[in-house]
Design a protein around this ligand. Sequence first.
Ligand SMILES: [Zn+2]
Length: 287
Amino acid sequence: MTDSFCTTWPHGKTAAASFCFDLDAESAVLSFAPQAASRMSVMSHQSYGPLTGVPRLLRLLEQHGIKATFFVPGYTAYRYPDTVRAIASAGHEIAHHGYLHEPLGEADEASEIEYLERGIAALQEVAGITPVGYRAPMWELNYRSAALLHERGFLYDSSLMDADNPYELATGNGVDSIVEIPIHWALDDWEQYCYVPDLFGSGLIESPAKTREMWSLELQATTTEGGCFVLTAHPFLSGRPSRAAALSQIMEEAVGAPGVWVATMCEIAAHARAQALVPRLLTQPEI
Ligand SMILES: [Zn+2]
């Protein structure tokens, strides 16, 4: 009998873990508040990611022997080409994250296609890479997105929250699918650390010790159940010293767990694809 979810893992491992970095930089602000481009301090909060956070995070990843996945908006690639090339040359995966981090919630199909194609072109031009992975900005996927991604050769998406394990997300034509690698807000550093007055957050910046505890509990519980732990961090947030130190402890814990396969999102998606899973069709609720 064929399964709908990927629950077996390679190399004798019993669970999987992946470390993702969304390299939003300024694009996460400019997509909804273009007037903030003139706010120098706000822009510097965002540019900390590619300028200061990424070098620190690359050192940590190398120290732990981890290959990660960086989701890079096309705008960020053009603005920080050397950073994106340094990530790629260190052997990490570069994946698609919109052009200017455009939210898809209210985008029409033509706009969604434009964001996809501009993002692909930017990653090709800057890093010579055609991405196979996609993550919707703000994790706001549309019911049409899987088909648009499949048509453009994508292997996987990572924007949905209805499962603990990867699955095949049907495009709706009865034939095709893409791999979905689920995520969740509790495994995103944005909710813990993101605070920019008038723009983001509640004003509460959490302690890295509390964040580490949350993520460690989730890592242990998810991997005990044979799931796929997917952590999402942003270099402008988790690239700061004490947060990077907390993240380093989670990396150490994942790498040190004998049953956990630490892999890039692309490697996990390729493994899931090889399981010949039965695709799941997710339909929009009728109201
Ligand atoms: Zn993002």
